[in-house]
Design a protein around this ligand. Sequence first.
Ligand SMILES: *Cc1c(COP(=O)(O)O)cnc(C)c1O
Length: 356
Amino acid sequence: MSSPRLEIHLDRLHHNALSLNRRLARQGIALTGVSKACLGMPAIIRTWAEAGISSIGESRVDTLEGLRSTGIALPLVLIRSPLVSQVERVVATGAISLNSELAVLRLLAAAAARQGRRHGVVLMVELGDLREGFLAEDLQEAAGQTLALSSLDLVGIGANLGCQHGVAPDDRNMAELSGLATAIEAHHGVSLKWVSGGNSCNLAWLAAGGSRGRINHLRIGEALLLGRDPLSRQPIPGLLTNAIGLVAEVIEAKRKPSQAWGRCGQTSFAAQPTQGSDRGVRSRALLAVGEQDVDCTGLTPPGDLRIMGASSDHLVIEDPAGALVVGQDVPFELNYSALLRAMTSPFVQRTCLGLN
Ligand SMILES: *Cc1c(COP(=O)(O)O)cnc(C)c1O
């Protein structure tokens, strides 16, 4: 097997999907599995489907088209506002899209009419994290304009917190979303299928007994893939954090002084120059993985191994026991950022394990 490689344990991903889907279903909440950190990898999506996940969220139209061409029949959701230049393609995939611009909604409607299709939309509302969404005071008007576009279906409204400023979902902002849903329904005489409260950041709020109100839908990625709460990066009880790991190979193992010598300038990745402290001679290993493969700050090594630094193609590890040997595989846990980079790197292999 070549390295670096991602080891994807489908049985563990199945466990996470089954467990979370059931937990949310008991609370009347539907779940869209967000596969963007794994580029819509079909093996993962099939695993999620077997575990009862009934729709898939992706951020890029290319990925949606890829999923359609591999025969994935689940409903798809484009979780980023469609690009003006891509509205025709978005409509053609049959995906529902999340939207926050009237200009884009009008273009989607025109594209749908041209293609003889209907296109489902969720209107996003800004609840304080300052990423996507109509301002709350503009939402009612946007809903009216959307309803007037006859080739569009208003599937619901939604919000996204926790991404730009780490704003946490709470009873106040979720009640605001619920209130907006009720107001739109009352004002326009419609019924919204989804009140989409957010992403993995909403799970801690729910688990702590948060007041759900009208929230009946979440879009979940990190919790399914890595079993962690994005706001605290703590494990979510009952979910597995080791479903996906990274393996890299040792290409040098030596004892070297712990302090660099010579005059120091900037390092390859612009960190402040530092010679390190003199802790005597230490065992260190070089691994064949670097910034071209993964966000090295998001790797957690096993045992007492310690990451000392990384450049494009090398990861420097301190190995107190001096146990690592050349040619050995070393497994790492990864965070969301490291997972995303590894998945998008052409140099990282993907191996699926735990197939039945
Ligand atoms: C990425 C994303 C999600 C999923 O977020 P996780 O934290 O991975 O659960 C949900 N909704 C939107 C709009 C996103 O961009």
